[in-house]
Ligand binder design. Structure first.
Ligand SMILES: [Zn+2]
Length: 328
């Protein structure tokens, strides 16, 4: 059965014990807090034939079919590729599903994530289903950025804010989820994950701490002229490009901030603190700003999945960084 995270217990009680369920819910909150798992559990509850103390039983026919992904009365709508739009023809399939009679004779549930990925045509097609609700169907819309949704969509949903874990709960949970790591490694992961414990766990599974150490070591060798930009770019062949660009964007911001404030405590990411401090003292702000601008432009291309030559791109980045401290 889908995991309920400890920070979700009171939200779950609030939602699951409603005497009557709304036709459409908008479950919203920042990315990386477990909204999808929460919505999947709620879908299981709505479909379960014998719920027990406001939880899906996990044993009935409906629960079994759902766990196998073959429940005929559930429908999951998401972009076909991550970060792409939900298209109008996908929403038309949903609208068709809503008009069908439930095959198991109970409810039908639709899960749509992220709702802001619908383009205008898709959103308008969905509005029809929201305006003419069918009694047995429930729509669960998930949104990381509800401000980007059409007001007409939002107003037809019961809006439900999903709980965000606090810093302490995130650390505790991550420590339990990854018992092999010590407290400082967990803190480091959480920092890299922007505070989200679930993103932190994913990063760990992707081996991000090892990658980070490799990158930081590489930059130090680059600045000491022990390795050339092209050697380094080659050796980073297996690292995710977006992660690299995120890190370099963060570091150039830290350099600029340190140049303005001279505040050592603000350096945060301890593994790069010395390098950031060194570059802040050596590099002219104008060069750092220029590099930051370039990084943001290239990052947008990486996000847009432009056809990039990654070695050349990384080499260009590293040539810039190698020359930041200036001659001598
Ligand atoms: Zn069940």
């Amino acid at each position: 059965m889908t995991e309920l995270f400890p920070w979700q217990t009171s939200s779950w009680a609030q939602l699951s014990m409603r005497p009557q369920h709304a036709h459409a819910y908008l479950l919203y909150g920042p990315a990386g807090i477990g909204k999808r798992a929460f919505a999947e559990r709620f879908m299981a509850l709505l479909l379960c034939q014998q719920p027990e103390s406001a939880a899906p039983c996990g044993r009935c026919k409906s629960c079994m079919l759902l766990a196998a992904g073959t429940h005929p009365d559930h429908f999951v709508l998401e972009p076909e590729e991550a970060d792409k739009a939900i298209r109008v023809d996908q929403v038309r399939e949903l609208v068709h599903f809503v008009t069908q009679t439930p095959q198991l004779g109970g409810r039908k549930v639709v899960l749509l994530e992220p709702a802001e990925a619908m383009n205008l045509n898709a959103a308008n097609a969905l509005l029809k289903s929201l305006e003419e609700p069918s009694a047995s169907t429930h729509l669960l819309l998930i949104s990381h950025q509800p401000s980007r949704l059409l007001p007409t969509i939002k107003s037809r949903c019961v809006q439900f804010r999903c709980a965000v874990p606090g810093r302490e709960m995130s650390s505790t949970w991550l420590g339990q989820a990854l018992p092999a790591l010590d407290a400082s490694q967990c803190e480091e992961l959480l920092e890299l994950a922007g505070g989200s414990p679930l993103v932190a766990r994913q990063l760990h599974e992707a081996g991000v701490l090892e990658m980070r150490a490799q990158v930081v070591e590489g930059i130090k060798r680059l600045l000491k002229q022990q390795q050339t930009p092209s050697q380094l770019a080659e050796s980073w062949g297996a690292l995710p490009l977006l992660l690299l660009f995120d890190w370099f964007c963060q570091w150039s911001l830290l350099i600029l901030r340190y140049q303005l404030t001279q505040d050592e405590r603000g350096l945060g990411a301890t593994d790069m603190a010395k390098v950031v401090q060194y570059l802040a003292q050596k590099a002219p702000s104008a060069s750092v700003l220029q590099s930051q601008q370039w990084l943001l432009e290239q990052r947008a291309k990486v996000v847009g999945k432009a056809n990039l030559n990654r070695v050349l791109l990384l080499e260009a980045l590293l040539v810039q960084w190698a020359s930041l401290p200036g001659p001598g």
